[in-house]
Design a protein around this ligand. Structure first.
Ligand code: MN3
Length: 289
């Protein structure tokens, strides 16, 4: 998924989007929950469709962490005047903008591994009981909390980067929420997808979701591997509760987009105060390749 480039900086929106990175229900949490559950699953071969489901969703979550990071970096970009001298207080505008100061004081004007309040992501956000029903129930709850966060961050800002990011993540998180609901139904016989959506705002109320729904991204999982995760369809099948269209497992990885190469900020020493020297040194190193 590509994000708009050359937008105006919005440090307050960058701070709100941090919740989707390092909040309890953020992308660091979905990634690490599914990663540790899949790494430690016992009796794996007997329950292989569930292992395949959790593992393939985990692969996608790594991309979501990268995407949220890219969005925060874009929302911070341009907050310091170009060519500013250190003595001109180049960080003053950012400092007065109501964002998270650690993004530009401690970090290279970029995403933190924290929530919107600046609290670090914590390892105890990972729940890994080893009990399949309990872990699927937890993952369903985690995706439901994540959906709440995305909806509220969506409501925080009109910035095109934040809007598009939330529209996309709402669509993909909705698939993951549904996948765990379907998994619970397969194990218990309870019709869990009937509870959806949680919170009860449908994707057709979010204009930024339309493009992704059109591509079927609200009802498709990806295998993310040529040789593994062959059994996802044993769990993820049936129809989408909103539009009745079939659930799909697509081969390979999701199509990607190059990340923006954001410009240097010499007044903050990013990546160096003297860019010309750094460029020359880099060119010399490349000659030896
Ligand atoms: Mn996600």
């Amino acid at each position: 998924m590509d994000l708009p480039k050359n937008t105006t900086p919005d440090p307050a929106a960058a701070a709100a989007v941090q919740e989707l990175m390092g909040g309890r229900f953020g992308e660091m949490s979905t990634l690490n929950n599914y990663m540790h559950q899949s790494f430690t699953m016992r009796g794996r071969d007997a329950i292989i469709p569930f292992y395949d489901l959790v593992s393939s969703i985990m692969a996608e979550e790594l991309g979501h962490v990268e995407l949220v990071s890219a969005a925060i970096n874009l929302l911070q970009n341009g907050g310091e005047p170009e060519g500013a001298k250190v003595s001109d207080a180049p960080l003053e505008k950012l400092n007065n903008a109501g964002g998270l100061r650690h993004q530009f004081i401690n970090n290279g004007n970029s995403a933190l591994v924290t929530d919107a309040g600046g609290k670090p992501w914590q390892g105890d956000y990972v729940f890994n009981s080893g009990n399949l029903v309990l872990d699927m129930l937890h993952n369903f709850f985690l995706e439901s909390g994540a959906r709440m966060g995305k909806l509220r961050v969506y409501e925080c800002s009109n910035h095109p980067v934040a809007k598009r990011l939330c529209g996309y993540l709402l669509c993909r998180g909705g698939v993951h929420q549904l996948a765990y609901a379907v998994a619970l139904s397969k194990i218990t016989g309870v019709d869990v997808p009937k509870m959806l959506p949680i919170p009860d705002i449908k994707l057709d109320k979010i204009p930024e979701c339309a493009e992704f729904i059109e591509k079927g991204l609200h009802r498709s999982l990806y295998r993310f591997s040529a040789n593994d995760y062959k059994n996802i369809e044993a769990v993820f099948n049936g129809t989408h509760p909103d539009d009745g269209l079939p659930l799909e497992v697509r081969e390979g990885t999701m199509p990607g987009h190059p990340l923006a190469d954001l410009p240097a900020v010499p007044s903050s020493g990013i990546p160096s105060y003297n860019m010309d020297e750094l460029r020359e040194m880099s060119a010399r190193l490349m000659k030896n390749m």
